[in-house]
Design a protein around this ligand. Structure first.
Ligand SMILES: C[S@@+](CC[C@H](N)C(=O)[O-])C[C@H]1O[C@@H](n2cnc3c(N)ncnc32)[C@H](O)[C@@H]1O
Length: 218
């Protein structure tokens, strides 16, 4: 059975279909290119480009069944790597990605530069009412404990801006929905659908799952 998060992420794609071509950023860890493969199976997408710097064993086994999917091992933060991608895709998928990018605005711009029409986005966000200002981004050094996405902001013993405590594999930004929306707006993408839900995040939490579809402005 698919989790609520997977269902919500697939539902965003469903709202944009039909499209012919898709690019997925970071579709591998824990899901083995699930969203890319569903694009082919459910909606008959003809071409999918999937970029990740990690290739899972499950994907290595499955990939022969999906000639429509081109997987490239690479870092979509890297401008030189992204220059080599010359095609543009109808739809882009960015699920649980932006919060891990050190240069998140530049990375968002690079990702969007390869997309023609729809951008499907989902990730945990910090609730608007928990911060004093709109458009907020909080740096969190990341937890050493597996599967813990708890902001250390709440823990007095941890200095949140101490660079020596950063764990890059769990590196995380807490972003408000207003920040995400305004970053997209500044890059000339308009939100056409959005909502939030609790998902797998702890109930007593300052986090929510946020998802949206942005459309490129003409
Ligand atoms: C948290 S997982 C999200 C997986 C999937 N998108 C989902 O929604 O469940 C992040 C994935 O993005 C990849 N990733 C993160 N930053 C990346 C980058 N700059 N370039 C390439 N892959 C990246 C990681 O290797 C990992 O597979």
């Amino acid at each position: 059975m698919q989790s609520e998060t997977v269902i919500k992420k697939l539902d965003l794609l469903d709202r944009c279909m039909p499209v012919k071509t898709v690019v997925e950023y970071g579709g591998m860890w824990g899901v083995d290119n699930l969203y890319a493969t569903e694009c082919v199976k459910r909606w008959g997408v003809k071409k999918v480009l999937s970029i990740d710097f990690y290739e899972s064993d499950n994907w290595k086994v499955q990939k022969r069944h999906y000639p429509q999917i081109t997987f490239i091992k690479g870092d979509f933060r890297n401008k030189d790597f992204m220059k080599k991608i010359t095609k543009k895709y109808d739809l882009g998928i960015c699920y649980d990605i932006l919060l891990h990018q050190p240069e998140c605005y530049e990375t968002l711009e690079l990702m969007l530069s390869k997309i023609k029409t729809y951008f499907c986005f989902a990730q945990p966000v910090i609730e608007e009412k928990r911060v004093s200002f709109k458009n907020t981004m909080v740096f969190l050094p990341g937890s050493q404990e597996k599967f813990q996405l708890r902001p250390y902001l709440l823990n007095k013993d941890i200095k949140i801006f101490d660079i020596n405590r950063v764990d890059p594999s769990h590196w995380i930004w807490a972003m408000t929905p207003t920040l995400i929306k305004n970053m997209l707006k500044s890059l000339r993408w308009k939100i056409i659908y959005e909502d939030a839900w609790q998902g797998w995040l702890p109930k007593i939490s300052i986090w929510k799952m946020y998802r949206c579809i942005a459309k490129k402005e003409k």
